[in-house]
Design a protein around this ligand. Structure first.
Ligand SMILES: [Fe+2]
Length: 268
């Protein structure tokens, strides 16, 4: 088992830096807090996954740092564009990578703190992983360490998006427009391309989404993409997939896909 590395100095930096994005606008602060809390839960998920793996300590450290910093781009994204839709603004993974580089946080930060100084390979892998965490696919040909780190972050992130989205789907969606990425709320409507992905047991694409129901179905397809058994276990323990499936439209074509998702969730 991998012992869990101590990244407390980085956690303190993140906490202080993101606090700088809080304003006197209540609604804006809600979105900022949403992303801050999301980050801390993603970090906890990453700790659980890393704890079940047999990784060299520096890789485990890189994975936790990448989990902590994966959504750094969300803060300047929201401050500048007032949305979390990358399509309507910029790619938040790339923005996060640029932001970390600009602030030099993995290299001591503005006050040159020793506790924030990471090795060159850790710095490079955290930056690459932050940049790639939200890509549709992780490119082939990357090192096995970077692959493992990025897989940990992507699983940890996906697991946490389930409760956030389920809460959004089960409330009246109007004021959550920023979270549901400006999709159309039309009862009983979904896009055939999304259902097709489920039938073929592959990840559905954001580009095929038009309705809020498409997002509910797309989340189901994430179960096929989870990399670690611990990730599936966390989803099962938290009852998140059943909660998601309960929000799907009642149509038989859709209902038939529920067991496809359940079966993927049971793999270990
Ligand atoms: Fe993200």
């Amino acid at each position: 088992m991998t012992p869990l590395p101590d990244i407390a100095a980085h956690e303190a930096w993140f906490e202080a830096w993101t606090a700088g994005y809080l304003t006197d606008d209540e609604q804006d602060n809600r979105y900022i807090e949403l992303k801050r809390n999301h980050t801390m839960r993603v970090l906890e998920n990453a700790r659980r996954i890393v704890g079940t793996l047999d990784m060299p300590e520096h890789v485990a450290r890189t994975a936790l740092l990448a989990a902590l910093y994966h959504d750094v781009g969300r803060f300047p994204q929201y401050a500048q564009y007032r949305t979390f839709s990358d399509q309507r603004s910029v790619n938040h993974g790339i923005l996060g990578c640029k932001t970390l580089r600009r602030l030099g946080v993995l290299n001591g930060g503005s006050r040159n703190e020793a506790a924030l100084c990471e090795s060159r390979s850790t710095q490079a892998n955290v930056l690459a992983s932050v940049a790639m965490h939200n890509r549709f696919r992780v490119p082939s040909g990357i090192s096995s360490a970077l692959r493992a780190v990025t897989d940990v972050v992507r699983d940890s992130d996906k697991i946490d998006i389930f409760p956030v989205m389920i809460a959004t789907f089960t409330r009246d969606g109007s004021e959550n427009d920023v979270v549901t990425l400006h999709l159309e709320e039309k009862e009983g409507a979904w896009s055939p391309g999304i259902l097709e992905s489920l039938r073929e047991r592959r990840l559905a694409s954001y580009k095929d989404m038009r309705y809020v129901n498409d997002f509910k179905l797309l989340l189901g397809s994430w179960v096929f993409e989870l990399n670690y058994a611990e990730s599936r276990l966390m989803l099962r323990e938290r009852g998140l997939v059943e909660a998601l499936l309960a929000t799907w439209p009642e149509h038989p074509d859709v209902v038939a896909m529920k067991d496809v998702v359940r079966e993927a969730l049971m793999r270990d």
